[in-house]
Design a protein around this ligand. Structure first.
Ligand SMILES: [Zn+2]
Length: 690
């Protein structure tokens, strides 16, 4: 069978499914003869190159019909499928292999009118890869484009394209197909290929390929080698059954059910060798992706639920901790047992499963001790001391009391590139009056001990643990301390295990308390950013509703709304007097750390009143951008410094002078510096056609 993705690749605008705004804009460019330049962005496999080629062909066609290439004229024949032989069409992939010179030559060519054709078309793929110099050159041309040249820029990483470049072009973002569009495409292809199908098969393909047309056609092709494109055959062809099989196996392993594990393996219709291979692949993926937090491209294993992964990581961490070894080492020993040097038979596979099960001996359930009230011991380390009056009125807190949490939470990702990923809520309901001194000591103990642990694990001198907390007191819940922690991502599981198995049971013995621990739920950046800001909102729940600020457009709004503090959380608390009700790690306090290493001030969406972007995680992009910029500056300086040895005095002086000039040419104003993401202070980039 031929490659369906190639066979059914659209050749004309009318064959493109979905993407209506782009298609009608391009056809209008052909009809009117304007032939404007365009930037097309979108995930891999959504048809950027395909639509770019169709547009290029129509632009170069000698007699286009209704916004489409005619397909019959000399130009169309010369263009063919990909325009490779057409002198007035230039395509360049801006990958590692394209040099600045190549790009420069191409742009130079754009300045000259073509000899024979009325128009030149330049198509630059993966344009986000252009070097700074090359993209500056491109920008200059686009400022005053020659009338005979049309640019087609393609990228799958729109966020790396500078705002300046985007503002020079009409830009479009292609999306994956929605379910209706996907079904239209699948029905069309299957009908034309004479393949039987059913709805369930299509739904599974749509889900597995996330609506990417190219991936969906590949899935159809794969399935057709097994039989009709129906649910059963799609499952078989795309290995979708493994999801359930591996999840069931992992569950049985975690509870030490050897019989269940053997049953899963025996009922699995495949060769023993391949089954062992799959188990190995599964645990290797969970190890890197879940325990080490390293991105690993394995679409098959990625489909196994995140919930199973969280459970596995926690189970491994608990067992590692119980047997006194690092979680990483524990994973490695289990994974090592899942290989075989000799030929694998059903019998030897059963023995391997049994060995892994023995290695993975169950321990008592995690956190079984947490939250269990205990009698106060004779000599409580955390002394109960009265430090406020329960008779005080309930009150809301002022913005001055809450603002430091928001400032620090924005500084953390900007300065260190990390987010809060653990949340602890410590409740002590036995007290009849606030004891924030006791809780403050608890926080010191926790952050000190965890900090020492992390230093052991990471072996780093720089701060790896960041934290902030707030004490509160209300009548229903008693005293509560909410703590946000940021630990290195690859040590989250170990930190969790330490908290649950060591720290909490130990302090519970000293006083009567309840501890809730929440951990960053998923791995996607979106989840991480949401978890971070939800934690900050929890600390801000008592912010007074009478504090207002001006929203981007429109009237004054209450801060509690602008900060999106959930309605059900908002509540008054009893004021805790004579005591600092909040605190944070030294790494987050302002003062001397107002600027980064290169003297550039930190950005603050909060002080700029940019409420829209407050919780979007822009700080992480800023962190990356500043890191890259610092590296760029260091390299530039190092190049000059390399000339110093061996230079005579006069030359040295001029080199030093040049270095000073270079340094002073670098802007230290954070708003006046070009970066790969567009800040809220820049004019909004046009993304609409026109
Ligand atoms: Zn033509």
């Amino acid at each position: 069978m031929t490659d369906l993705a190639i066979k059914y690749r659209p050749r004309r605008f009318s064959e493109i499914v979905g993407q209506d705004p782009l298609v009608s804009w391009m056809r209008e460019q052909i009809r009117s003869g304007a032939g404007r330049s365009v930037l097309v962005a979108g995930p891999v496999g959504t048809g950027k190159t395909t639509s770019g080629l169709i547009y290029a062909k129509a632009l170069l066609c000698g007699s286009p019909l209704d916004g489409e290439a005619c397909g019959a004229c000399d130009e169309c024949r010369e263009f063919g499928e990909n325009g490779r032989n057409m002198p007035s069409f230039h395509a360049l992939e801006c990958g590692e292999h394209s040099t600045v010179e190549e790009v420069k030559d191409l742009l130079e060519a754009a300045r000259h009118a073509p000899f024979l054709a009325p128009r030149r078309v330049l198509m630059l793929d993966e344009v986000h890869n252009l070097s700074r110099r090359a993209s500056d050159a491109l920008l200059r041309i686009l400022e005053a484009p020659p009338q005979w040249t049309s640019f087609i820029l393609l990228t799958y990483r729109l966020n790396l394209i500078s705002g300046a470049l985007r503002s020079r072009l009409s830009s479009f973002e292609l999306s994956t197909l929605n379910e209706a569009e996907a079904f239209r495409l699948l029905v069309d292809v299957c009908d034309r290929e004479g393949l039987p199908y059913d709805q369930e098969g299509f739904r599974l393909i749509f889900k597995a390929a996330s609506g990417g047309p190219r991936e969906m056609l590949r899935a159809v092709e794969k399935t057709s080698q097994f039989g009709p494109v129906d649910g059963a055959h799609v499952r078989l062809a795309l290995n979708l059954n493994f999801e359930d099989r591996l999840t069931a196996f992992a569950r049985a392993l975690m509870v030490g059910d050897l019989e269940g594990q053997l049953r899963e393996v025996e009922e699995w219709p495949d060769t023993a060798e391949r089954k062992l291979d799959f188990l190995h692949q599964f645990f290797v993926f969970q190890y890197f992706d879940g325990c080490r937090r390293l991105r690993r491209e394995d679409p098959l294993m990625r489909s196994v639920g995140a919930e199973t992964q969280e459970q596995l990581v926690a189970a491994f961490a608990a067992r590692a901790s119980a047997s006194g070894c690092e979680p990483e080492a524990y994973w490695e020993s289990v994974i090592a047992a899942l290989t075989s040097n000799t030929k694998v038979t059903e019998h030897s596979l059963a023995m391997i499963v049994s060995r892994v099960n023995r290695l993975f001996k169950p321990v008592s359930p995690i956190g079984g001790e947490v939250g269990k009230p205990r009698a106060l011991s004779a000599k409580p380390v955390l002394r109960v001391r009265s430090s406020g009056s329960a008779a005080e009125d309930r009150t809301f807190l002022s913005w001055d009391e809450i603002r430091p949490h928001w400032q620090a939470a924005s500084l953390l990702p900007q300065r260190y590139g990390v987010l809060f990923n653990l949340r602890l809520t410590i409740s002590r309901s036995e007290l009849d009056r606030p004891d924030s001194g006791g809780n403050a000591r608890l926080v010191s103990k926790l952050t000190h001990e965890l900090g020492m642990r992390l230093k052991d694990w990471c072996g780093a001198a720089s701060p790896v643990l960041h934290w902030m907390y707030r004490h509160e007191w209300d009548d229903e819940t008693g005293q509560r301390t909410r703590i946000l922690l940021s630990v290195p991502d690859n040590h989250v599981a170990a930190a969790l295990a330490w908290l649950r198995l060591k720290f909490v049971p130990r302090v519970s013995r000293m006083c009567d308390l309840k501890v809730q621990i929440a951990c960053r739920p998923g791995m996607s950046q979106e989840d991480r950013v949401r978890f971070h800001w939800q934690g900050v909102r929890a600390l801000s729940r008592s912010l007074g509703p009478r504090f207002t600020a001006r929203a981007d457009v429109g009237p004054l709004s209450p801060l509690v709304d602008l900060l999106k503090i959930p309605l059900r959380w908002r509540a008054q608390v009893r004021r805790i007097s004579n005591m600092q009700a909040r605190g944070m790690s030294a790494s987050l306090t302002g003062g001397p750390k107002r600027n980064d290493e290169s003297g550039m001030a930190w950005l603050s969406a909060l002080s700029d009143g940019a409420w829209r972007v407050l919780d979007t995680g822009w700080e992480l992009r800023e962190y990356e951008a500043r890191k890259a910029e610092r590296e760029r500056r260091d390299v530039a300086l190092a190049k000059l410094a390399a000339l110093l040895p061996g230079a005579d005095d006069a030359r040295r002086e001029s080199i030093h002078l040049e270095m000073e000039l270079l340094k002073s040419s670098w802007s230290s104003d954070p708003m006046n510096w070009r970066r790969g993401w567009s800040g809220w202070w820049l004019p909004v980039t046009r993304v609409k056609p026109g």
